[in-house]
Design a protein around this ligand. Structure first.
Ligand code: TYM
Length: 336
């Protein structure tokens, strides 16, 4: 008798820190890709609240931002019945595996992380051990679920490479322990730049006018784009090196149109910068409007959010425990 065998689905994992407003950079560089890829994978999407503690958080704001991020995941199109949407601190195995991985991660590796260098410069009064060890917690997030694919923006590439190194190192010592994850970083939209300084990435921890928040109103979006820094020329050309502001606007519109920034530049040729900014505002407003509407509905039903996160945590915990038990056993921790 003939049997048809379907290959097991691969696992996709990603997370966002609930540490402030979710930006257009988070949306274009990460969230949008989560939704595009979700159909083909078993997915987990996490609110990385333990990571957020590496810089000081106001407790009420952290709680609110965590709920808000859960609603945003769903409003953007992630189906929590199919994908696991959960909060990192609800699954204790993350912190437990992070400890183990810390014992296999070198100080030298962690000191080379550019995010650690940037953040310690920004928060010179609070360079804590958690900030230093942040990448091993991130590796734990990923390895705990035997993840195959991790969609992220370009700024997380170095962390992902370290997660792969840690996985390979442990697999060398304890064969078959972890799946080695692959990054998924879009070629053209992985680094959305700040509107006020287009040589730096758009970041939720910078001044408000430098980023578009996914929940900004149309008026605010138009105002921020109108003020976006461009250059003193008049030509619309995609040239990130010499024309970072104009190129950033082209990247944003192109990502939302599903074409390359070079193609977008051809479409926009001959327009004035003002018209380019208006085109950027209108594309962003059109994409965000249905997300914002769904978000408002979801935030009106806190019980639904709570139940969804409870179910997500249970499903994640089941998978996480399986890996953690395997790790403890292989490393020789005494089992009862
Ligand atoms: P976070 O919270 O800073 O950002 C969430 C996601 O958004 C991407 N991103 C951007 N993409 C393009 N342009 C930008 N300007 C931009 N800003 C942010 C980030 O690359 C990221 O994909 N350490 C992670 C969270 C994390 C994680 C994980 C990610 C914790 N554990 C496990 C993947 C797997 C972070 O701080 O992302």
């Amino acid at each position: 008798m003939e049997t048809t065998q379907t290959a097991p689905r691969k696992t996709l994992y990603s997370a966002i820190q609930p540490s402030g407003s979710i930006t257009l950079g988070n949306y274009i560089g990460a969230l949008r890709n989560f939704v595009l890829l979700a159909e083909d994978y078993d997915c987990l999407f996490c609110m990385a609240d333990l990571h957020a503690l590496t810089v000081r958080q106001e407790p009420a704001a952290l709680r609110r931002n965590t709920q808000s991020l859960a609603a945003l995941y769903i409003a953007c199109g992630i189906d929590p019945e199919k994908s696991i949407v959960y909060c990192q601190s609800h699954v204790p195995e993350h912190a437990e595996l992070a400890w183990i991985l810390n014992c296999f991660t070198y100080m030298g590796e962690l000191s080379r992380m550019t995010q650690f260098k940037d953040k310690s410069a920004k928060h010179a009064d609070n360079i804590n051990a958690g900030l230093f060890a942040y990448p091993s917690l991130m590796a734990a997030d990923i390895l705990l679920y035997q993840t195959n694919l991790v969609p992220v923006g370009a700024d997380q590439k170095q962390h992902l490479e370290l997660a792969r190194d840690i996985a390979n190192r442990l697999n060398g010592l304890y064969p078959g322990l972890f799946t080695v994850p692959e990054p998924y970083i879009s070629k053209t939209s992985a680094r959305i730049m700040s509107l006020s300084d287009p040589t730096r990435k758009m970041s939720k921890s910078d001044a408000e006018d430098s980023y578009i928040a996914v929940l900004d109103t149309p008026d605010v979006i138009r105002r921020k784009f109108r003020r976006a820094v461009t250059d003193s020329e008049t030509e619309i050309r995609y040239d990130p090196e010499n024309k970072p502001g104009v190129s950033n606007l082209l990247s944003i519109i192109a990502a939302l149109d599903g074409i390359t920034p070079e193609e977008e530049a051809v479409k926009m040729q001959g327009l004035q910068y003002g018209a380019l900014k208006e085109a950027a505002s209108e594309s962003v407003i059109a994409v965000l409007a249905p997300i914002q509407e769904r978000y408002q509905q979801l935030m009106g039903d806190k019980e639904y959010i709570q139940n969804t996160l409870k179910a997500g945590a249970e499903r994640a915990h089941y998978l996480a425990l399986k890996t953690l038990r395997k790790v403890y056993k292989k490393l020789g921790l005494y089992q009862l």
